[in-house]
Write a protein that binds this ligand. Structure first.
Ligand code: GYE
Length: 341
């Protein structure tokens, strides 16, 4: 959509500047008129037009992965001024206290609506109650939480448990000999880490796969690498057959650790992960990852639609699920050229 915007020609620049000047004069005149008429309403003097924008506070988890970058970009694009929003963006660096503090800040600021991608599932009751008391609707995007449903309007995201089931189903049918597996878990207490573990474990029950170890790598490439180095030291080069990584970034970190140990990822040690971001898909195409279950990060438009509906007084679905696909090497090679994230 953005690629189609025509570039401004040099000889048009002056014209554009003139229009801008003209518009800013109107804005100043407009602001002066507001002051003269004694208007002290919200946004007075902040520039005409601001009053009509919907102010949304978005509490993002942080910037831990390729998935997260794509999700942030999708949210920023959907909640743009041209779409009628003023976005107040906060990324909490995956610190739970910081994320809760950000939401409190939005409440104090008196935003029109709050969107949260909750780092962890538990501990949200108090701050959500505060938002409710202040009359500010809350929409969840991406991750879910355990607080009472009456404390938020709705959620949009992915079915993390079914992602785990898909990854586990592939593993159970692929490994028909006794197989030692290690797991790189996402952030402890987060919905995707909990549900992807549960779904996978259900799917491999009764199979030839034994989970010999499982530790968090916090959804980052760096920690995925460190944890995998530890596993390789502990179990030796022949001790691990399969890695299940709760996201591509940790799988990519594991690839670095496996290669540094003189082994071939995708052959000596097989890897299955979740997300299907470009770097992960490239590693799958290259044969370093063996299977990826998709998790679509492009949730911005759906989240923005929900916010508008709620503010218009419409009833929204409690849960809006986005569909995910699955990829083996051949499918990754075919999908890569058109991959958006
Ligand atoms: O899989 C991971 C990210 O919550 C679904 O968080 C999201 C997960 C995603 O950091 O890469």
């Amino acid at each position: 959509m953005h690629d189609t915007k025509p570039a401004t020609q040099p000889d048009q620049d002056e014209e554009v500047l003139e229009v801008k000047k003209f518009l800013s004069t109107i804005t100043i005149v407009g602001a002066a008129a507001l002051v003269l008429s004694g208007c002290t309403g919200p946004g007075a003097g902040a520039g005409a037009g601001d009053d009509e924008l919907i102010t949304v506070g978005f509490a993002q988890t942080g910037s831990e992965s390729g998935w997260r970058s794509a999700n942030t970009e999708s949210m920023q694009t959907a909640f743009s001024e041209e779409n009628g929003f003023k976005l107040v963006f906060n990324a909490a660096d995956n610190k739970i206290e910081a994320q809760i503090a950000a939401v409190r800040g939005f409440i104090t600021q008196g935003v029109d609506a709050i969107v949260i991608a909750p780092i962890v599932e538990d501990g949200w009751d108090d701050v959500l109650q505060e938002a409710k008391d202040a009359g500010i609707p809350v929409i969840l995007e991406d991750r879910t939480l355990t607080a009472d449903e009456s404390l938020y309007a709705g959620w949009v995201g992915l079915d993390f448990k079914s992602e785990g089931v898909k990854a586990g189903t592939w593993a159970a049918s692929t490994f028909t000999e006794p197989t030692n597996m290690v797991v790189l878990e996402g952030t402890t207490g987060s919905a995707p880490a909990n549900d992807r573990a549960e779904g996978f474990d259900e799917a491999i029950a009764g199979s030839q796969i034994t989970k010999i170890d499982s530790q968090t790598g916090n959804f980052t490439r760096a920690e995925g690498k460190t944890v995998m180095e530890g596993f390789l030291q502990k179990y030796g080069k022949d001790g691990i057959d399969l890695v299940y990584a709760h996201n591509d970034d940790m799988a990519l970190g594991a690839i670095d650790a496996i290669e540094a140990a003189g082994l071939v990822p995708g052959e000596d040690i097989k890897i299955v992960s979740i997300d299907a971001v470009k770097d992960g898909m490239q590693a799958l195409a290259d044969g370093k990852i063996n299977y990826i279950v998709e998790c679509n990060p492009l949730l911005g438009e759906l989240a923005a639609g929900l916010v508008k509906d709620v503010l218009d007084g419409k009833t929204i679905e409690r849960a809006t699920f986005v569909q995910d696909g699955e990829f083996d090497q051949e499918a990754a090679i075919a999908a890569l050229p058109d991959r958006k994230y």
